[in-house]
Design a protein. Structure first.
Length: 135
């Protein structure tokens, strides 16, 4: 980036001061070149021909205020209901389901292998089956 306006410069090759033949040289004690750099719009990279700020710049301005923000009022909360919750497909335990579950758990356990007496085996199974819902 070079600021707009007249710039004076020189360059050197092997400590010898040189000037370009394409640039107008101003005679001086030193070898100096001058380049005129035009005003450039950096954002669009287009040479500006008009002044940015004119005499009527402030009167020509048109401003519109921002629209007011919409205020979102919180919706009233509906009372909790099972049919609207994640538990809507939940099924309560039935006696048939509990019996199936108990038999599965009983067959997976090692209790039948530990008890050799058949009467004690039946008493323990009956006791655990009646208390299975609480377990």
């Amino acid at each position: 980036m070079v600021p707009p306006g007249d710039l004076k410069f020189y360059f050197s090759i092997n400590d010898v001061k040189m000037v370009s033949s394409s640039v107008k040289v101003i005679e001086s004690d030193e070898i100096v070149e001058t380049i005129c750099v035009p005003k450039t719009n950096i954002i669009e990279n287009i040479i500006q021909k008009d002044q940015l700020i004119t005499k009527t710049y402030l009167t020509d301005l048109k401003a519109i205020p921002r629209p007011a923000r919409r205020i979102q009022r919180p919706r009233p909360k509906s009372p909790w209901d099972v049919s609207k919750s994640v538990f809507k497909t939940y099924q309560d335990d039935t006696d048939a389901l509990l019996t199936r579950c108990f038999e599965f758990d009983w067959n997976c356990s090692k209790i039948p292998k530990m008890i050799s007496n058949y009467h004690e085996y039946e008493k323990i199974k009956k006791f655990l089956k009646t208390n299975y819902r609480a377990m």
